[in-house]
Design a protein around this ligand. Sequence first.
Ligand SMILES: Cc1ncc(COP(=O)(O)O)c(C=O)c1O
Length: 434
Amino acid sequence: MIGHRTHLSVNEKGHLEIGGVDTVVLAGEMGTPLYVTDEDRIRTRYGELHSAFSSRGYGVKIKYAYKANTSLAILKIFQNLGAGADVLSEGEIRAALHIGLKPEEIIFTGNNKTDEELLFAVQKGVLINIDSIHELERLKRICSARDVRRARVSFRINPAVSPKTHPYLATGLRGSKFGVNHKKALAAYTSAKEDQNLTIEGIHMHIGSQILDPTVYAEATSRLMDIVCELKKKLGIDLRFIDLGGGFGIKYQESDRYIAASEFADALFAVIDDAVARCSLKRPEIFIEPGRFLVADSTVLLTRVNTVKETPFKKFIGVDSGFNTLARPAFYNAYHEVVVANRAGDGAKEVVTIAGNVCESGDILAHDRSLPKIVDGDLIALLDTGAYGLVMASQYNFRPRPAAVLVSAGRWIHIRKRETFDDLISGEILPPDM
Ligand SMILES: Cc1ncc(COP(=O)(O)O)c(C=O)c1O
């Protein structure tokens, strides 16, 4: 067990294990950088969330947020668990259909959809979560110009609340680019109701990510439920579903509070129950769209130490990953716990900074950590990298993106190939006369 992480352990050789697999052996066979995901941990997290939400007297559907991690093997795990999909691009719609999800199980959100994406979603029968009045008008135009089936729709509402998270992770602030302002919701639904090509099915919010204060959900849900009541009273619309979004935070570092799934559910259902009774609503189906909560702590990123460099001011440990491999530290100043995987049992001995291999000053993976004395060739594990890790990797500095494996009960399988130089140049066109 590493900190509160019961799915990680240290074996008798002092090596970090995940899913019963020795990370040192794995990195030796597969090379680094390598993303390693524990399948059983994903199942456990899904179970926690599912039981916390489905015990409240409502039909509940988890729509896994594809953006967090789109490895097809992971999408398949969620499909087998019974999850639907929250997607935000044609590529993600195609991924969901590719693994065999039915269109009815997919909800298409996004603040900046193209006409082609809207048409594709309508043709496939995927529900479109409309982000603005302008998008509504575009969708109406697309539906009336083409001989397509009726579009199933909901609206993403911006409830204008602060989720108390990193500013880049807040999506439901008054000034955010996402959603229809809550004060404009009635007008949006009225306009959609008038159009014979649209079928209104639900309402949606997603207020941000890595939220560690469940009370903010209560405030936002209260705004959302006011709209649901108004729709019933003024337009006679009884919505089939209410989608409360994702954003449930995890404990990345010891100072973060661990929040159980039931705490999030308590905050949300208190408000929903009250509105359902007060406004005599038909019990709506409840959707949630978690990404991070389900996949973040399932994964470690293994990276090899190249260089140990002492300056008069700091000791840098240079590894074979950078923000091209794991963008979150550079992007959000995010914290990932670091373990020296080949000597995970050793006590802390010195303070070092883990530096990436990208030619940018901002490419630091972990600042000033107290770790065992590190030498070149050591294996570093960055923990909790399953969400917004591999999906955000890039080929910047012309380095291939890493491989990924799935582990379970002491066995591992390869789920993503390491890219090669050929992959780096596969899209390039060198004109023959140059
Ligand atoms: C619309 C929507 N739903 C769900 C999510 C998943 O968020 P999280 O991974 O924090 O649960 C996101 C991510 O930002 C999102 O944009």
